[in-house]
Design a protein around this ligand. Structure first.
Ligand code: GDP
Ligand code: IMO
Ligand code: MG
Length: 433
C-alpha cells in the first residue's frame, strides 16, 4: 500500500487538514482507514481545520488523522514542537472523547521553547516596516537553533540531567540576545520546572520513530504524509525572505518523516479554488477591492492560527505549475469551489508580464514577484449553489469547465473537489485511491 504526501500547492491554508482527515478515514486498504499519518515539518504555525462528526477543530501540531482511532498519528522528526500548545491541543481533543492512544511524538523533533516565541516577536519588532508577518510562534528561532546546533530535542525531556546542562549553555547564549532586543531573560530553574512538567505529560507519547515507520513500510501499510503551509512559503523555493523556516515540499516528507526517499508513491497537491496568503510578501493576483473582500467574507478567510484576515486573489496557474514541477503531483484536490458560486465571472492568472514587457508562464524567482503583473483569462461563473452537490455530474457545467481548465493548465488530474468544510463535502471525481 502506498505512501501518499498531501501538500499545499499555494501560500498555505489550502485545506490540507480536511483532506488528511478525509483520507485518514477512507484512503486505506479497501476504502478503510489509513494506517498512519505523519506531520513531517513545521510547528504550531500550522492551523489545520477539520470538521467532522465530532465537531470543528483547528489543529496546530496533532496530525489531522487523529479522529480516526485506527490511524496512528506521528508528529515527525522534521517538526518543531511547542509542548505547551501541544498539551493544550491534546486536552481539547480528550475533552471531545478521543483517547489519543494513537498519538506519537518523535524523540528527534526539536522543542519550541518560550524563548523561541519571545525571540520571534522581538525579531519581528526589530525588522520594523520590513517585518515578515510571521505567526510569532517561534518557528524561525527554533529551526535556526536546530541548524546552528543550539536546539533541544523532545527526547531530551526524558533525560533531565542532560537537558539541564544543555539548557544552561543555551541560555548563556540566548539571554544576552534576548536582553539586547529588549526582552526578559529566561531563568534556568524556572525553565527546568516547566520542562519536567511537560515530560510528565508527554513521556508516554515520545518514541524513536524508526521502528514504527519501518514496520509500517515493511508491512505495506498506507502512510499519509501531512504537509504544513505551501510551496510559495518554502524556505528554499518560496518568496525569500517571506517564507517559513522549513520545507513544505513533498520531497522533504521522507526526511521529516524518517522514510527512504523512494518510499513516496503519490503526491496530492491541495489547491484552493482561488489564492489566499497571510503575512507579508508578494502575491501577484491579490485583489484589493470589492472582489477580494467578497472572497474573504464568503470564504471566511481569517487565519486559523492568528485570526489575521487573509489576503485573497484569483487562482494563479503559474504558481501551480511551479508547485507541480517542484512536488511532482500525481493528483490534485480542489477545495472551496463553493466559495466561487456567486461570481458572474472568474479569472485565472495564466502568465506574468515581466518588467521588461515580456510575457511568461514560467515562474521567475518568487522573491521578484512584486515586479510582475498577472495576465488573466476570464471564465463565466455558474452563479448557483454547489455546497450540497455530491457528484461530479451534478456540478454546474461552468464549474466543471473551471475544474477542467485547472487540470489542463497544471497537467495533473483532479481527483477530488470540495464544496464545503465538512468531511462529507468532498466529491471524488476519479475514485481509485
Ligand atoms: P490548511 O491549513 O491547509 O489545513 O487549511 P485551513 O484550515 O487553514 O484553511 C482552510 C479553511 O477553509 C478552513 O476554515 C476550512 O474549514 C475551510 N474549508 C476547507 N475546504 C472547504 C470547502 O471546500 N468549502 C468551504 N466553504 N470551506 C472549506
Ligand atoms: P498552514 O499549515 C498560512 C506564514 C506566515 C508568514 C510566513 C512565516 O495552516 O497552511 P512563520 O511563523 O512560519 O515563521 O511565518 O509563513 N505562515 C502561514 N500561512 N498557513 C500556515 O500554515 C502558515 N504558517 C506560516 O503568515 O507569512
Ligand atoms: Mg491553515
Amino acid at each position: 500500500m502506498p505512501v501518499i504526501a498531501i501538500v499545499g500547492s499555494q501560500w498555505g491554508d489550502e485545506g490540507k487538514g480536511r483532506v488528511v482527515d478525509y483520507l485518514a478515514a477512507t484512503g486505506g486498504r479497501n476504502g478503510g482507514p489509513a494506517d498512519m499519518v505523519i506531520r513531517y515539518q513545521g510547528g504550531d504555525n500550522a492551523g489545520h481545520t477539520v470538521v467532522n462528526a465530532l465537531g470543528e477543530f483547528r489543529l496546530h501540531l496533532v496530525p489531522s488523522g487523529i479522529f480516526t482511532p485506527r490511524t496512528r498519528c506521528l508528529i515527525g522528526t522534521g517538526c518543531v514542537v511547542n509542548p505547551e500548545t501541544l498539551i493544550e491541543e491534546m486536552d481539547s481533543l480528550i475533552a471531545v472523547g478521543l483517547s489519543l492512544d494513537n498519538l506519537y511524538i518523535s524523540s528527534r523533533a526539536h522543542l519550541t521553547l518560550p524563548y523561541h516565541r519571545q525571540l520571534d516577536t522581538l525579531e519581528e519588532r526589530a525588522r520594523g516596516g520590513k517585518a515578515l508577518g510571521t505567526t510569532q510562534r517561534g518557528i524561525g528561532p527554533t529551526y535556526s537553533d536546530k541548524a546552528a546546533r543550539w536546539g533541544l530535542r523532545v527526547g531530551e525531556l526524558l533525560r533531565p540531567d542532560r537537558l539541564r546542562d544543555r539548557l544552561a549553555v543555551c541560555l548563556e547564549r540566548k539571554n544576552p540576545l534576548i536582553r539586547s532586543l529588549g526582552g526578559e531573560p529566561v531563568n534556568l530553574e524556572a525553565m527546568m520546572e516547566r520542562c519536567l512538567a511537560w515530560r510528565d505529560r508527554l513521556a508516554p507519547y515520545i518514541v524513536d520513530t524508526v521502528p514504527l515507520t519501518r514496520a509500517a513500510l515493511e508491512t505495506d501499510q498506507t502512510i499519509l504524509l501531512e504537509g504544513q503551509l505551501g510551496v510559495m512559503r518554502d524556505l528554499d523555493w518560496g518568496a525569500y525572505p517571506y517564507v517559513t523556516s522549513s520545507n513544505p515540499l513533498a520531497s522533504y516528507g521522507p526526511v521529516g518523516a524518517g522514510l527512504p526517499a523512494r518510499a513516496i508513491d503519490r503526491v496530492i497537491g491541495v489547491v484552493k479554488a482561488y489564492v489566499t496568503a497571510v503575512g507579508a510578501g508578494p502575491l501577484p493576483t491579490e485583489l484589493h477591492g470589492e472582489v477580494g473582500e467578497t472572497l474573504r467574507r464568503i470564504g471566511n478567510e481569517y487565519g486559523a492560527t492568528t485570526g489575521r484576515p487573509r489576503r485573497c486573489g484569483w487562482l494563479d496557474a503559474v504558481a501551480l505549475k511551479y508547485a507541480h514541477w517542484l512536488n511532482g503531483f500525481t493528483d490534485l484536490v480542489i477545495t472551496k469551489l463553493d466559495v466561487l458560486d456567486g461570481f458572474p465571472e472568474i479569472k485565472i492568472c495564466v502568465a506574468y508580464r515581466l518588467p521588461s514587457g515580456e510575457e511568461t508562464d514560467h515562474m521567475p524567482d518568487p522573491s521578484t514577484l512584486d515586479e510582475v503583473e498577472p495576465i488573466y483569462e476570464t471564465w463565466p461563473g455558474w452563479q448557483c449553489e454547489t455546497g450540497s452537490v455530491r457528484s461530479w455530474e451534478d456540478l454546474p457545467l461552468a464549474a466543471r469547465r473551471y475544474v477542467q481548465r485547472v487540470e489542463e493548465l497544471v497537467g495533473v488530474p483532479v481527483r477530488w473537489i470540495s464544496v464545503g468544510k465538512e468531511r462529507e463535502a468532498i466529491i471524488a471525481v476519479n475514485p481509485g485511491l
